[in-house]
Design a binder for this molecule. Structure first.
Ligand code: ADP
Ligand code: MG
Length: 487
């Protein structure tokens, strides 16, 4: 192994704790960058960080992945450093597989990845004789219980649309008047839709207004880990003291707590203690309270507050988010590329961001302008599962079948019950309105019908729209859905 690996291992053993330390480490790494294998490792590691940050939740990323130190690479064995024994085990159990597959793909090889302890924990006996400085070995009481807030997750950088308006408004209200507006606020929604972003934004807004407020942000996984550690180390009273001395409690991903009986019980007591002293509580979960397998006492408490869901964003919101992210990253993104990506990825904003990062990286590495052709080349395969959405006769038929609860065979077949005829005519009308297909093409798509049948259907639906308010609403909703990518 070349000498500089060891040198780097020495300079780089401590977990980066601040931005300036981060920068210093990067500088040292650049200094050592003459070594090709190490340079490959750093590049592979940067790539791994960017891919994995889009796959795991933010708290896991910050707590477990980001502190990992790339130590050495000898062409086949990659050595990564974890900062504690617990972290090492956690990474091995939960993240090693993903790390390996990303690094394998990046280096096109079958790597052997080992995680070592980068900052050895000293045996207790040594600590007694020669205590390490307080800065590097804090007493448990000094350790903050809050995870760090990401300063990019603010209300200003959050794009509001119909899918998240209520959640956003309720978070703004509690951030401006903690403990007074709504308590608790319970946010729920699928992955990558902005729950963590909003919790961080609340924490940051409150700290801006009241810098001394004790804001604690944890996720269910970390709360569980803190609780279990406190039991193991016989420090339960200290755990309670810390958690009850909180002004604003932001708990992300509480679904992790459900079903873990003792943790849930402790969570319940913490919750009550804070609630009764009118401390603001905001919770997030990937599902609504009733679907969490939680103690009914807890459920009824959650339901007393404000429960707001975050749904999948519509096309306009997805486009606005992409534009905002591109602006933040100083990236030029033509409108047709924005539209392409927004239609390609519909249900997860984290994936939307991942696509942007990938496209940006590819364009700058290959020194090519960002065009929709490049976007299709780079992203089409990557997000292959969700095929690019095309608003064509088939898409209209699918949406109409869903709305009218009929099968495609019925829609295109020859049966002429009243309901089927109406659905067929509506589908033809919408196809004519929303796509560029000719009358002949439409007729063919609907079971080989004649163009005059299509004309007749369109005229019929137009006539009905003049008098039938329910049909008007149905068609408006269908058109909106179809324009937004069929979802
Ligand atoms: P969740 O916690 O619901 O899984 P996150 O809050 O981690 O999702 O959001 C995933 C990514 O998408 C984050 O980078 C976040 O900043 C971004 N994001 C989500 N919703 C929005 C939004 N409405 N406006 C801007 N960025 C958003
Ligand atoms: Mg989250």
């Amino acid at each position: 192994m070349p000498v500089c690996y060891n040198l780097l291992r020495r300079v780089n053993l401590n977990r980066p704790t601040s931005h300036s330390e981060d920068t210093a480490i990067v500088d040292r790494q650049m200094h050592l960058g003459e070594d090709e294998e190490y340079a490959v490792l750093l590049e592979a590691w940067q790539h791994t960080l960017s891919v994995i940050s889009a796959q795991v939740n933010k708290a896991s990323f910050e707590t477990w992945i980001k502190p990992i130190v790339p130590i050495s690479f000898d062409g086949r064995v990659v050595t990564l450093g974890a900062t504690t024994v617990f972290a090492r085990k956690w990474i091995e159990n939960k993240h090693l597989k993903a790390i390996k597959s990303i690094m394998d793909a990046f280096t096109s090889s079958d790597l052997n990845i080992q995680i070592v302890l980068a900052q050895p924990e000293e045996p207790a006996i040594l600590q007694e004789k020669a205590p390490t400085p307080a800065r590097s070995r804090k007493k448990a009481e000094d350790e903050p219980i809050s995870l760090a807030l990401n300063d990019r997750y603010t209300f200003e950088s959050f794009v509001v649309g119909p899918s998240n308006r209520l959640a956003h408004a309720s978070c703004c209200a509690v951030a401006d008047a903690p403990g007074k507006a709504y308590n608790p606020v319970f946010l729920y929604g699928g992955p990558g839709l902005g729950k963590t972003h909003l919790l961080h934004a609340i924490g940051q807004r409150i700290l801006q207004n009241k810098p001394n407020a004790h804001v604690v942000y944890v996720d269910g996984e970390t709360f569980t880990h803190h609780y279990i550690s406190s039991l193991r180390e016989h420090k339960n009273s200290e755990f309670r003291r810390k958690y009850r001395n909180v002004d604003v409690w932001l708990v992300d991903d509480i679904q992790f707590i459900a079903g873990k009986d003792r943790t849930e019980e402790e969570f319940f007591h913490t919750y009550n203690a804070l609630y009764e002293t009118r401390k603001q509580i905001v919770l997030s979960s990937d599902r609504p309270p009733k679907d969490l397998q939680l103690d009914t006492r807890l459920l009824s408490r959650f339901e007393c507050g404000l429960v707001a869901d975050i749904a999948e964003p519509d096309l306009e919101t997805r486009m606005a988010i992409l534009q905002q992210k591109a602006f933040d990253e100083n990236m030029t993104l033509p409108d047709d590329v924005v539209l392409y990506i927004a239609r390609l990825i519909r249900s997860n904003i984290r994936a939307l961001e991942g696509a942007l990062v990938k496209l940006h990286a590819y364009a700058s590495l290959m020194k090519q302008p960002v065009t929709s052709i490049l976007a299709q080349d780079v992203l089409g395969g990557y997000f292959g599962e969700s095929k690019p959405y095309v608003l064509d006769p088939a898409a209209v038929q699918e949406a109409v079948c869903k709305e009218f609860n009929i099968s495609p065979d019925d829609l295109n077949g020859s049966r002429r019950t009243k309901d089927l005829v109406l659905a067929r005519q509506v589908a033809m009308y919408l196809t004519r309105e929303l796509t560029s297909a000719s009358l002949i093409t439409i007729g063919r798509a609907f079971g080989g019908r004649d163009h005059s049948t299509v004309l007749h259907a369109c005229a019929k639906v137009k006539g009905l729209l003049a008098t039938d308010a329910v049909l008007v609403a149905t068609l408006q909703e269908l058109s909106k859905r179809l324009r937004n990518g069929g979802c």
